[in-house]
Design a protein. Structure first.
Length: 542
């Protein structure tokens, strides 16, 4: 965007913010950020604001309203230009930029550094607008901040937003298919293998998507969020209608003491077509007499979505509910996992409930408020969901396996809990990266997990490979629990943490999961038959 266009946009945003009642606190409220913020706003509407002046004015606001790393803030444009070498703007870490960890000023400082290094007034104007809007949001009265976050949650849950999101994801997936086709070899063997892979639906937990696939999804999510939220939310609040503006809004919300901004976007920040945190998919027989699906009310009640035919509210005791807790995702993009494996059963009475945690909290946060509650939201929600079913089974891998054990009390006595490479003590897991997920919370999670497993009525099967850190996790379980006749540990000759992928490579993933989880004896079809037509012995284990 050109500088004149940005200047015009900034003026419009400032006027729109004023018209919508978003204004600075009155002078009677003393805050060190008020004066530098007003100077920055004046710079933004100057005829020809030089990049250096905008950067200096923005840094003054940052210093007056410091974030978590104030000591690292440069004082002026010259110091920031010297630090610009530490930023990689052309190859930004798209997959590592999680909304739940967006920190005050981090994104704006990166943009300001680029403006200072390249003397780019347009980049400086966008970054300065983000700084000004962030400061205004933080200084708003709490009631006005809450109203803005209510509007964000409502917008993200709207039919229009969800339809636009589905279309964006469909486009991203189509681009993935086209890219794969364009790069595939013409050699006969590779073409045949690619055709088989396309024909047989894969479980993403067992077949890693390339990083480029997840990057397409993240870019699509940013694009649709910015487009759909610009007119009704970002613009009226004064934020730039860009990725920087969106992330700045979330960071401002977090700095003001609320995770609701990140939580609202977290319900759609994943690869599944339907909104998180709970996606219920019912087979045709199970949903034959079901009413229309309910919607999330954000107040801790059951939130359910079924794209097929709704959720049976009064399922018979013959129906089986399978809770599938998702992992972190191969590259941080969460997916609804193990759907293809479970669909192989061919049982229309099977109901799948995909549980997604896009906040990387090991299911320890309320997915609507974003606040830590040690799993209380999930306990209450799963109690309501599982109550009508005669049989409840639980499945998960890695972070999802930890959740499967933590919430194992919801599995029925005739069901099973299958956990692949769980983290029993998350303190001893390198990929737990949230700064606010401290040791005390992780210790409570371990204690709750052990307590849940000790009181569970269902069979519990733990699967591990040969990865030393995964094997070490077993040491955090009490010996009396491991010695219980209800608990079984299965060790596989698979290297690395990606046990599902290893079992898939060996051709035993589906058989392993279906046998332990549902009691099915899975037999591969004779040579020459289609892989989709597998025979299943449905005799239940006793």
């Amino acid at each position: 965007m050109s500088l004149p266009a940005l200047r015009s946009m900034t003026t419009v945003l400032l006027l729109a913010a004023s018209a919508c009642g978003v204004s600075l606190p009155p002078p009677a409220i003393a805050h060190p950020a008020v004066a530098p913020l007003r100077r920055l706003e004046q710079r933004l509407v100057d005829d020809v604001p030089p990049a250096e002046a905008l950067v200096d004015a923005s840094l003054a606001v940052c210093w007056a309203l410091p974030g978590e790393r104030r000591s690292a803030l440069p004082r002026n444009a010259r110091e920031l230009a010297e630090a610009a070498a530490f930023f990689d703007w052309e190859n930004g870490d798209t997959l590592g930029q999680h909304l739940f960890s967006a920190s005050l000023w981090d994104d704006a400082i990166e943009a300001l550094a680029r403006a200072a290094a390249e003397v780019d007034a347009a980049v400086a104007a966008e970054a300065a607008a983000a700084v000004a809007a962030t400061a205004r949001f933080v200084l708003l009265p709490p009631a006005e901040r809450d109203a803005a976050l209510d509007a964000l949650a409502a917008a993200v849950a709207s039919d229009a937003f969800l339809a636009a999101r589905r279309a964006a994801l469909a486009t991203a997936k189509q681009q993935r298919r086209e890219a794969a086709a364009a790069s595939s070899s013409e050699r006969a063997a590779e073409v045949f293998a690619a055709a088989r892979l396309r024909r047989v639906r894969q479980d993403f937990v067992a077949v890693a998507p390339p990083p480029a696939d997840d990057e397409r999804i993240v870019r699509a999510l940013y694009a649709v969020a910015v487009r759909e939220l610009s007119a009704g939310l970002l613009g009226p609040l004064g934020f730039p209608t860009s990725k920087l503006g969106l992330r700045s809004l979330v960071a401002a919300s977090r700095h003001a003491g609320s995770q609701r901004g990140a939580a609202a976007l977290g319900t759609v920040w994943h690869a599944a077509d339907e909104p998180a945190p709970l996606i219920v998919r019912a087979g045709a027989a199970a949903a034959a007499a079901a009413p229309a699906p309910s919607t999330a009310d954000g107040a801790g009640a059951l939130s359910s979505y079924s794209p097929i035919s709704g959720i049976p509210t009064l399922p018979s005791s013959a129906r089986t509910l399978v809770l599938v807790f998702s992992s972190l995702g191969w590259h941080g993009v969460v997916r609804a996992e193990y759907a293809a494996t479970l669909r192989a059963v061919g049982d229309d009475t099977l109901v799948l409930a995909h549980c997604l945690d896009t906040a990387q909290s090991w299911y320890m946060t309320d997915p609507y408020s974003g606040e830590y509650d040690d799993g209380r939201w999930w306990d209450a929600t799963l109690s309501a969901l599982c109550a009508p079913y005669g049989r409840v089974c639980i499945l998960g891998e890695s972070m999802g396996a930890t959740a499967a054990l933590r919430f194992s009390r919801h599995a029925s006595a005739n069901g099973a809990v299958v956990a692949l490479v769980p983290q029993i003590d998350v303190r001893d897991f390198d990929y737990s990266g949230r700064d606010d997920f401290g040791d005390a919370r992780k210790e409570r999670l371990r204690a709750d997990l052990v307590s849940a497993c000790a009181g569970a009525e269902a069979r519990i099967v733990l699967h591990v490979g040969q990865d030393p850190p995964d094997l070490r996790q077993l040491d955090y379980l009490p010996p009396r629990l491991l010695a219980s006749e209800r608990v079984r540990v299965v060790r596989h000759a698979v290297a690395g943490h990606a046990l599902g992928a290893g079992l898939k490579h060996r051709g035993v993933l589906r058989r392993t999961v279906l046998s332990d989880l549902l009691g099915h004896t899975y037999r591969l079809p004779p040579a020459g038959e289609r892989h989709e037509t597998c025979e299943l012995d449905t005799k239940q284990n006793t």
